[in-house]
Design a protein around this ligand. Structure first.
Ligand code: THU
Length: 135
């Protein structure tokens, strides 16, 4: 199954009573398996989770740890960009050159990369001088 069709399918199951904005995400992991996620909102608005975060959680629960490609879709005028938090979440598990395909339900697509979505990413290397035994 293509990532686009997997993301299109899971998007329909999004729980969005507050925004009414359904988002679907599908990623291919290092093993070749495809994991999907949709946004799940909450009446306490900040507790909602994005589609990308759901797909990443499914990947980790499934035993994979690397993203090799990811696709996100929504019914938006232009291909839906991942929010800032999701860009950092994707960067945790994906190389800088990993392809990110942003889509609309009416067929527009925009291909980008993890590096282009999050220039100057904060990484573990930035913590290299932190004392290892700090209490
Ligand atoms: N949303 C996502 O799931 N992914 C994105 O990339 C952008 C935003 C969700 C969060 C919230 O449920 C709704 O879209 C409106 O912000």
């Amino acid at each position: 199954m293509s990532l686009l069709s997997a993301a299109t399918d899971v998007r329909l199951r999004a729980y969005v009573p507050y925004s009414r904005f359904k988002v679907g995400a599908a990623l291919r992991a290092g093993s070749g398996a495809v994991y999907v996620g949709c946004n799940v909102e909450n009446v306490a608005y900040p507790e909602g989770t994005c589609a990308e975060a759901g797909a990443i959680a499914a990947m980790i629960a499934g035993g994979d740890t690397r993203i090799t490609e990811i696709c996100v879709i929504a019914d938006s005028p232009d291909p839906v960009p991942p929010c800032g938090g999701c860009r950092q979440k994707i960067a945790e598990f994906a190389g800088q050159d990993v392809k990110v395909t942003l889509c609309t339900t009416d067929g527009k697509t925009f291909e980008t990369t993890v590096a282009d979505l999050l220039p100057g990413v904060f990484s573990a290397a930035h913590m290299d001088r932190a004392p290892k035994d700090q209490k």
